[in-house]
Design a protein around this ligand. Structure first.
Ligand code: 0WD
Length: 254
């Protein structure tokens, strides 16, 4: 039972127990979903395997969004083993951490291309590959951050990448809506994860949110998971192209 009972979905971007994708995976499982996961490279394989096992999730192997052969392999395996999916979560982003400090204006062309490719284009690439697996309709979800809307200290090129990601949520929603596929993003407040530890002065950002957000606290991966379960489920069947903030209300004051 649960709002995702009888639904099958893929969750990309679990690195460890702190990952937002892990909070989403746990919530989706609690709500009755059957899950598939991937890991990025052998270093994460050892971490992700036991996590997947604890949720009875199937591991579809290595996925690196910059490696088209790994994308082909994962989607081919999902097609042959599952045939179809109901939802997909993209919780993937990357930038050279040397550029997540100092000034945005100093971003290199190389890191600009890499950050936009991994943090934005990969969601479009994944959406295109997921469409044929969602013949009965489905829900695609990505993760974004307030730095897309407002200048946040040190978020720099990631803010530009997230702005592009949020725009692509709207274009994808328009393209895939006629096929019954919804496309949304959760804009999560700051959470201490592996990816976040690369951002300069991240502890200060956490404190700032805690002092200023209407709810006077930061959010947990469980709270992001709860909102994700709703957006992945038929409860949100009238919702697409939406950027939904899960940030203790910070965006109304910040
Ligand atoms: O405060 C935060 N932590 C927030 C994160 C606030 C708002 C949004 N987000 C976003 C991130 O930008 C990202 O899109 O949430 C998403 C998930 O990030 P996370 O949970 O904060 O971070 P983490 O646990 O590190 O997971 C991101 C993972 C990677 O981990 P590392 O840290 O090893 O790069 O994204 C995956 C990888 O597992 N990833 C890739 N997967 C496939 N191919 C690639 C790639 N090329 N690059 C990174």
């Amino acid at each position: 039972s649960g709002i995702l009972a009888g639904k099958r979905g893929l969750i990309f971007g679990v690195a460890n127990k702190m990952s937002i994708a892990w909070g989403i995976a746990q919530a989706a499982r609690q709500q009755g979903a059957e899950l598939g996961m991937t890991y990025q490279g052998d270093a994460l394989k050892k971490r992700v395997e036991p996590l997947a096992e604890s949720l009875d999730a199937k591991i579809f192997g290595h996925l690196d969004v910059t490696d088209p052969a790994s994308m082909d392999a994962v989607f081919d395996t999902v097609k042959s083993e599952w045939g179809s999916i109901d939802f997909l979560v993209h919780a993937i982003a990357f930038s050279d951490k040397n550029e997540l400090t100092g000034r945005y204006v100093d971003t290199s062309a190389e890191n600009f291309k890499q950050s936009l490719f991994i943090s934005c284009y990969s969601f479009t690439d994944i959406a295109r590959r997921a469409e044929p697996l969602m013949a009965e309709g489905g829900s695609l979800l990505t993760l974004t951050y307030y730095g897309a809307e407002k200048v946040m200290p040190h978020y720099n090129v990631m803010g530009v990448a997230k702005a592009a990601l949020e725009a692509s949520v709207r274009y994808l929603a328009a393209d895939l809506g006629p096929s019954g596929i919804r496309v949304n993003a959760l804009s999560a407040g700051p959470i201490k994860t592996l990816a976040a530890s690369g951002i300069g002065d991240f502890r200060y950002i956490l404190k700032w949110n805690e002092y200023n957000a209407p709810m006077r606290k930061t959010v947990s991966i469980e709270e992001v998971g709860g909102a994700a379960a709703y957006l992945l489920s038929p409860l949100s069947r009238g919702v697409t192209g939406e950027i939904h903030h899960v940030d203790s209300g910070y965006h109304v004051v910040g």
